[in-house]
Design a protein around this ligand. Sequence first.
Ligand SMILES: Cc1cc2nc3c(=O)[nH]c(=O)nc-3n(C[C@H](O)[C@H](O)[C@H](O)COP(=O)(O)OP(=O)(O)OC[C@H]3O[C@@H](n4cnc5c(N)ncnc54)[C@H](O)[C@@H]3O)c2cc1C
Length: 432
Amino acid sequence: MKTNSNYDIIIAGGGPGGVAAAVAAAREGAKVLIIEQTGCLGGMGTSGLVPAWTPFSDGENICYRGIAFEVFEKLKEKMPTVDKTKIDWVPICAEELKIIYDDMLIESGAKVIFHSFVCDAESENGEIKSITVANKAGLTKYTAKVYVDATGDGDLAFFSGAEFQKGGENGELQASSLCFAISNINIEAYKDIPVLNAGNHKSQIYDIISDERFPLITDDHFCDHIINRGTVGFNAGHIWDGDSEKVEEMSELMMKGRKIAHEYKNALADYFPDAFGESSVTATANVMGTRESRRIIGEYVFTAEDYIEKRSFNDEIGRNCYYIDIHGEQRKNTFYKDEKDHGEFHYEKGESHGIPYRSLVPKGFSNLLTCGRIISCDRMTYGSLRVMPTCLVTGQAAGTAASLIIKSDCRATDVDIKLLREKLIENGAYIK
Ligand SMILES: Cc1cc2nc3c(=O)[nH]c(=O)nc-3n(C[C@H](O)[C@H](O)[C@H](O)COP(=O)(O)OP(=O)(O)OC[C@H]3O[C@@H](n4cnc5c(N)ncnc54)[C@H](O)[C@@H]3O)c2cc1C
């Protein structure tokens, strides 16, 4: 097998976590490579067509700063349909976001190889020796000084033998959704439609659910955002029993997801002809919207108690305020009644918690870091930490820490926390 040893830091996966890690590390002067299985950067925000950022503010302050806020502001500038003063639930145009990530990566000096899958790793006593990448050139071994797992599923950590947890006690997982876009909508008529999402008990989504003509629309999860002129992006409906490791089942669920998208379009055209009468589905995500997979056990496991107590940490690298949002079993075939039924826990305005650096370090590993939704936490707080602004924040921290590991030639656990925090603050991070 060929070997490539051209890089200091290799990042598996180019979603929000991976891009932020790469940009942060390259801005510190490291030679960085992202290995990405699709043909673009951005992960769920681009390939996954997730149509909006979760709130960037805690109700009083901007909670996700540094590279996260940079991406957010750049995208707003590019979107003619977005109110530039808006901070919370701002829509995402996936095509614009792809270019923003491309440009940020190129400007930082980091490199990416697309259509390349990290499929194996060799590790010894908590040190990754090499990883194997599959692509059109066949199998290639890559070696680097530090690796960052930003795959969203913890593939690299898993292949390296890191400890992980997945789902609940009985293996139950949050529901998935295949996001999609519908175009040629009459936006003025669309704006007149009463809110359709769960929580609005009078929403006509409940009429659609009980309408026998639309059997694939079975629950009230419905988020819709104007992502471009005449185009609305949807994160709607739940697909149950999706486990990213069960590839045959996931492939069937992808096909089901596409059918669901078309059924939504048909239902919306039927119920709201003024808005959707002339519309069509113009995109379905090319990756399943998997909300839950592996959580890599780190040097610290962030817990629900930490979240509820709004704890700050001496090794805090950023903050998070998103609510605990678990698309769990309790939503299956039930309608939204109150927040408890929905598996939610919300902060008050201005409240947030710290994210410890130790939650980015897989237990016992010297040259591996994690970022994005796989960081070390319990199942409850995974429901909060998994969102994109938080993933960008942990990505920036992982990339900065990786560059410090190289500069000081130390283990991941021995990073100079004071220096890490100083660098992050210098680069815009929000840390208490
Ligand atoms: C249906 C759904 C709706 C959501 N809604 C919202 C929302 O409204 N707002 C919000 O902010 N967040 C939302 N989220 C959460 C958020 O989108 C994800 O949790 C977040 O994108 C995770 O970021 P990440 O960088 O960890 O992983 P991802 O975004 O999943 O990116 C991982 C990247 O790694 C690549 N990859 C994976 N495995 C490999 C491998 N072995 N080799 C090479 N490349 C690999 C993937 O192709 C991908 O590009 C939603 C998630 C889902 C699933």
